[in-house]
Write a protein that binds this ligand. Structure first.
Ligand code: SAH
Length: 348
């Protein structure tokens, strides 16, 4: 047996690898190695989740942001971004439409927008919690204080998504202005876990300057954090950012990493992301077949979809929520999986 396959066996057995082993596995991957990995990934996926694919209804409620991340289309310096905010009523309407379609998780995602004060956010969470006691409320609002996270949890939020972006401090500095640090972002993740959130982290694949050693650090950080969810997707350049001319990440490496994550932490919730579906027409199907078990279609009103443009050519910006649900349903059926009406909690 060749070396990469042995490393995959070792990963399955020990659920961890050394930094050198991770680097070697990533650098020596091939199509055959990937097939070997994906088969194992699907075995674990089926053991814990069967052929069920969970859906999360994504509500992109504001594209105002005080941060200036070099990769992101809604960074504050992008003068060309047309800014919008959804009202409390519009957010609740998204939930209502989503609930009718079968969504039992709502993800509120936005830029770091101070207009939504702590009180406003708590009030919106309370309102969703009261109307939909059987649904999970997920937040993806960036870095906040521990106290703020705690109060949002008490208001009724159950889950929080905060990708660490890259575990390596130096690489982090290449992707962000100096006021942001990997250390602070990681601290937020530890706080979120401790408060009791089902916590999701993740990173972009193929972000500028990323090496196999950085990916090894990402995987080791995730192993240590033991989050409930990990969202990874290819970096896709946005034309109005400093990274406009950079190369994007590949579907091939993204899929390989999804497989590695499934085998390392078999119970993980792993989305086949929209970014993956953007660079490859069958990216989300391939993601599921590499071990992913979650999709996150958009519930935002169609008139704002195009404005929440983190990267170029984002898919599904013209479709109604119902069309997205139906389209994904067909795609999943086509590969032998099914979308389920379920909160889709982490399997204990
Ligand atoms: N403000 C929130 C939500 C960020 S948007 C927060 O800070 O967590 C969600 C994710 O989109 C980011 O974490 C980032 O990993 C991803 N993203 C941003 N720009 C991207 C790009 N150009 N290509 C691919 N993914 C991108």
């Amino acid at each position: 047996m060749d070396k990469p396959k042995q490393l995959i066996d070792k990963l399955e057995e020990a659920s961890r690898l050394s930094k050198e082993e991770w680097i070697s596995l990533i650098e020596n991957r091939s199509e055959t190695v990937a097939e070997y990995l994906f088969e194992k990934a699907r075995k674990w996926q089926h053991k814990y989740y069967g052929n069920h694919v969970y859906t999360r209804g994504l509500i992109e409620f504001s594209n105002y942001c005080k941060n200036d991340c070099y990769y992101c289309g809604i960074r504050r310096s992008n003068q060309n971004a047309e800014r919008y905010r959804l009202s409390r009523e519009q957010i609740l309407e998204c939930c209502q439409i989503g609930y009718g379609l079968g969504f039992r998780t709502f993800v509120l995602q936005g830029g770091e927008d101070g207009w939504f004060s702590q009180e406003k956010l708590e009030e919106i969470i309370h309102a969703i919690r009261e109307r939909y006691p059987d649904c999970a409320i997920t937040l993806s609002l960036g870095e906040r204080s521990r106290e703020s996270y705690r109060r949002l949890f008490e208001a009724g939020a159950d889950r929080y998504l905060l990708r660490h972006e890259t575990a390596d401090e130096e690489h982090y500095r290449k992707l962000h202005p100096q006021e942001l640090s990997a250390a602070h972002r990681k601290q937020c993740l530890w706080d979120l876990k401790e408060i009791g959130y089902q916590t999701g982290t993740g990173f972009m694949v193929g972000s500028p300057g990323q090496t196999a050693a950085h990916l090894a650090e990402d995987l080791m950080f995730i192993r240590k954090l033991e989050p409930h969810m990990v969202g990874i997707g290819p970096f896709v350049p946005h034309h109005d950012t400093p990274f406009a001319a950079e190369k994007g990440g590949t579907a091939e490496l993204t899929l390989f990493l999804i497989g590695l994550l499934r085998v390392m932490l078999p119970k993980l919730l792993l989305p086949a992301t929209t970014a993956l579906g953007t660079i490859d027409a069958r990216g989300r199907e391939k993601g599921i077949l590499a071990g992913a078990n979650v999709v996150m279609p958009n519930l935002s009103p169609t008139d704002v979809r195009k404005k929440y443009e983190l990267y170029d050519n984002k898919i599904c910006t013209g479709d109604e929520a119902a069309e997205c649900w139906a389209c994904l349903g067909h795609r999943m059926e086509g590969i032998g999986y099914q979308l389920v009406v379920d909160r889709g909690d982490f399997c204990q």
